[in-house]
Design a protein around this ligand. Structure first.
Ligand code: DLZ
Length: 194
């Protein structure tokens, strides 16, 4: 098969010292789930410890930017006052289910956060407004916070395009793997560049 011109040349980095946050939307769950799995599997393959991966959810993609900011800020507070008993989940107001993934008293904030959502175009202008606002919101969050925020938001025209990017169509690629890889690379490089 001819190789594709698309996509970065992958770089593998050692993620064993990293803490990674993942925030995902719950709209279009059948696409979100394989994307989340692909992301987590790649993080683990890069050496990130399961206990250092924190997964939180929000209703839809619109909520991703504020969730990223809240989660990262909470992890900073938690790291600077470890042992106080507060947790990122408490500060984000997360559900009990989400809280089960939180490690207790980590000593460092997240090295990168991955925002995952699936926006599928409908009959109105809703898609355009949300896709634009979420993209800008996530870019603003990463620049304001000085932490890499990986853009794991699919903006697709229909269900078939979404499936083809979540690895659920035979022979298709799961973009979640790319997001996991990018998080590890940026987390490691950010540490080296600091
Ligand atoms: C309302 C809405 C619609 C129509 N479509 C999507 C979508 O395709 N993907 C997604 O992640 N979220 C969608 N939402 C929900 C909004 O993102 C948001 O959760 C609600 O408007 C509440 O703020």
């Amino acid at each position: 098969m001819a190789s594709s011109l698309k996509g970065p040349t992958p770089q593998e980095h050692d993620g064993s010292a990293l803490r990674i946050g993942i925030v995902h939307a719950r709209w279009n769950t059948t696409i979100i789930e394989p994307l989340l799995k692909g992301t987590k599997d790649k993080l683990l393959a890069c050496g990130v410890k399961e206990s250092n991966i924190v997964v939180q959810s929000v209703p839809g993609s619109w909520e991703l930017p504020i969730a990223v900011k809240s989660l990262y800020t909470a992890s900073q507070v938690q790291a600077s006052s470890s042992g106080s008993g507060s947790s990122a989940g408490d500060l984000l107001g997360a559900s009990t289910t989400d809280l089960t993934a939180l490690p207790s008293a980590p000593s460092t904030p997240f090295d990168a956060i991955i925002a995952i959502g699936v926006l599928i175009k409908g009959e109105t202008m809703h898609f355009e407004y949300i896709a634009d606002a979420v993209s800008h919101g996530l870019m603003r969050a990463q620049l304001d916070l000085s932490v890499p925020v990986i853009f794991g938001v699919l903006t697709v025209l229909d269900d078939e395009q979404a499936k083809a990017r979540a690895g659920v169509v035979p022979g298709s690629h799961n973009h979640g793997e790319d997001w996991g890889l990018a998080a590890v690379e940026l987390g490691v490089k950010r540490g080296a560049w600091a």
